[in-house]
Design a protein around this ligand. Structure first.
Ligand code: NAD
Ligand code: UDP
Length: 312
């Protein structure tokens, strides 16, 4: 069994990863500053002898002894990462430097939760890992996109310069239980609005597309990537290749919740990518991974979660 550090472990994806690693018997250290994460997501793990929680901001150095590091710390919702953009860049860049420094000192294998946002508003569709992207360096999404791109650069430089064992995972839009109801991302917004009978807020005309991966599929891909042979560094896309417009998503959420909420069209935020769909050929070939959960079934599980949260 390994000693595993999960940064951002109290967040949406981090909490599912902690669950998975604790169940597998690993000694898990969850580090989080609770900017967007919550203790409620990992409350049930606190009594487990192989789980430990530490409040810490990854922009500051961390001295612990571990075998593996999953670096997930970073707000992922545009609303939250744009709230304090300087801190967002620091979290991605200083956070990567600190975690890579830690990995180098203790000779740990380290995985970076990168993002499809490194492709920006893509001109190549679907996006393969070989595509370098089309990113605005000075826009309102840049703190996140460029922060994550710089983190990828640091990972590959530590790999070339210090022979670190790195794994870079480009995560496409993921949804599921433990998302913060006030997170601001599209799936949580639409479900919460539908359950509360509030208008469904569609930005722009709703023709922009995303491809939504259920969290269990995503965590399976993440764990497989960490366990992959040392020479496999990625970057590798992990996401669901079924693409939907935001209007289609809204209609599906209305159908599955039985809600009569109306659609409300609001201005499209600047630099909002028009389309996004992963090419997952590399994940299929190198990790034997592909998603198993269809959108309707994953949305039903997520709707159940938000129903319980809203009633509580
Ligand atoms: P989230 O906001 O729910 O979780 C992020 C966690 O990091 C939170 O618990 C937050 O409190 C913590 N955090 C933020 N700044 C920190 C700091 N400076 N120090 C310590 N902890 C800090 O988001 P998520 O959806 O769980 O995303 C996890 C990771 O995956 C992020 O790095 C994100 O960029 C990446 N990612 C997620 C998606 C997605 O669709 N969920 C897509 C692409 C990439
Ligand atoms: N969006 C929307 N209504 C909302 C929230 C988001 O129409 O209430 C749109 C947003 O403009 C984007 C897509 O949904 O085109 C996905 O947004 P999200 O914030 O979930 O993630 P992104 O992929 O943009 O980072």
């Amino acid at each position: 069994m390994k000693k595993v550090l999960v940064t951002g472990g109290a967040g949406f994806l981090g909490s599912h990863l902690c669950d998975r690693l604790v169940e597998a018997g690993h000694d898990v250290l969850c580090v989080d500053n609770f900017f967007t994460g919550s203790k409620a997501n990992i409350q049930h793990l606190l009594a487990r002898p192989n789980f430990e929680l530490m409040r810490h901001d990854v922009t500051f150095p961390l001295y612990v002894e571990v075998d593996e590091i999953y670096n997930l710390a970073c707000p992922a919702s545009p609303v939250h990462y744009q709230h304090d953009p300087v801190q967002t860049t620091k979290t991605s860049v200083h956070g990567a430097i600190n975690m890579l420094g830690l990995a180098k000192r203790v000779k740990a294998r380290i995985l970076q939760a990168s993002t499809s946002e490194v492709y920006g508003d893509p001109e190549v569709h679907p996006q393969p890992e070989s595509y370098w992207g089309k990113v605005n360096p000075i826009g309102i999404r840049s703190c996140y996109d460029e922060g994550k791109r710089c983190a990828e650069t640091l990972f590959f430089d530590y790999w070339r310069q210090h022979q670190l064992q790195i794994k870079v995972m480009r995560i496409f839009n993921t949804y599921g239980p433990n998302m913060n109801p006030h997170d601001g991302r599209v799936v949580s917004n639409f479900i919460v609005q539908a359950l509360q009978g509030q208008p469904i807020t569609i930005y722009g005309d709703g023709s922009q597309t995303r491809s939504f991966c259920y969290v269990d599929d995503l965590i399976e891909g993440m764990v497989r990537l960490m366990a992959s042979p040392p020479e496999f560094t990625g970057p590798v896309n992990i996401g669901n290749p079924h693409e939907f417009t935001m209007l289609e998503l809204a209609q599906l959420v209305l159908k599955l919740t039985g809600s009569r909420s109306e659609l409300k069209f609001e201005p499209l935020p600047s630099d909002d990518p028009r389309q996004r769909r992963p090419d997952i050929s590399l994940a299929r070939a190198s990790l034997g991974w592909e998603p198993a959960v269809q959108l309707e079934s994953g949305l039903n599980r997520t709707i159940d979660y938000f129903r319980r949260r809203i009633q509580a």
